[in-house]
Design a protein around this ligand. Sequence first.
Ligand code: F6P
Length: 500
Amino acid sequence: MTDKRWVALEQHQPQHLVKLFAADADRVSKMTIQEMGLRFDLSKTHLDDAALSHFAKLAEDMQLDAAKAALFSGAAINVTEARAAEHAAERGMGDAESVAYARALQQRMRGLVEAIDAGLMGDIRHILHIGIGGSALGPKLLIDALGRDGARYDVKVVSNIDGAALTEAVKGMDPHKTIVAVASKTFTTTETLLNATSAMEWMRDGGVADPYAQFVALTAYPDKAIEWGIDESRILPFNETVGGRYSLWCSIGFPVALGLGWSVYQELLDGAATMDAHFRNAPIMENAPTLAAFVDLYYAQTKSCQTRAVFAYDERLRLLPDYLQQLEMESNGKSVTAEGAPLGRHSAPVTWGGVGTDAQHAVFQLLHQGTHLIPVEFIASKTPGHDFDTKHHETLLVNCFAQGAALMAGQKSDDLARNYVGNRPSTTILLDDVTPATVGALIAFYEHRTFVNAVLLGINPFDQFGVELGKQIAKSISDNGASGFDPSTTALIAAALGDI
Ligand code: F6P
């Protein structure tokens, strides 16, 4: 069924990107937003005045302003789970009671960080953070991005249930000098609880008399952590209205606060808060998350692009594509509206990517000459993250900008194998530097962009029922064996596991 709200956009005839620049000398400044040390350049996309005004109308039809007000006021916008989505309250924006509650819990976390620094848990050198999905990806990204000049503690993040991951993580760790942070919003996740149990065994085998005393729990369900055996004094709770993939701002960020120091963690929160204020207050045509969502929707919805690629041209941000995969795909990979009706449109595209310049030598062939149209996003920093010859950084940035230019301009050749069609879109996000504040703002930007995508599609981005079926089947196989499954699954189980 045709959705009238999308007709104008679907009928929009894009001009060649090169022509868009030729037609408007101000295009770069019109389509670039500068916000607290981040430059969002959306000019190399097909959005022109007409497309932008169609999106503005769509945003009005889908009541984006009311949705934003509901997000920031703590209304129960996660309708399928009947609760609010209060990650911004962790940064100080939201319902006054929720902000106060978030602050109080953050102060509790700060107290534990200071107690550990003061040696109250012994001579601690290592933090073994155990979690998965949203309980791991944020800490992993932040430690990797911001801990390169020397974290205060050695931090390892383990997520996979494959014991090889835990084996690798504990190599070189002294169990007597290790804190294990068990991070799980629900405190029921199989991978996390098994890894935590094995970490406890590792401590016992290493001669630690009371391993429980070195365990900390980060969870929205403290009772479950107590039941598991962790003392209440070492449980850092958070509000259940903070979704798993938005939880690095609360106690799931504990390894960041402890590993990098409280001031770093606070700067991260403050950076995100600045982006919250921008998203809340900037007019629609100057609003970075909103315009970036228009770009996403333009390609996914009107050009049927099934993927979008993200390349970090900065080694410090190499884990950003992984982080964004969960944020974008778990939030908006849905075929049902918030009202429970079939979506009738494409859901979010597949987010994938890598690091530049490595990716240029592996996947960029397809981006330039493949048959798929793939919107590309480049993220780079003006300031290098190392002290080697400046030639490294200069070459890195030159390559980043060259790719965007080449995708757009293309190059004609009569020899088809050497022809570049061009007219391929990209966006570029240029950071002044990779700092706690800019990274905080960048992550908040992606959160709000994902939210705008959801609102304009009519999706609830805050649930994730699609992950449940696989979990149920795995449990059923573990509990009841292989009977009752399809022949292929039954044969695979028999071949690999025998009788279980
Ligand atoms: O299975 C998906 C998921 O629920 C994610 O949404 C979440 O981030 C992850 O599992 C981990 O969940 P928890 O923090 O409850 O262990």
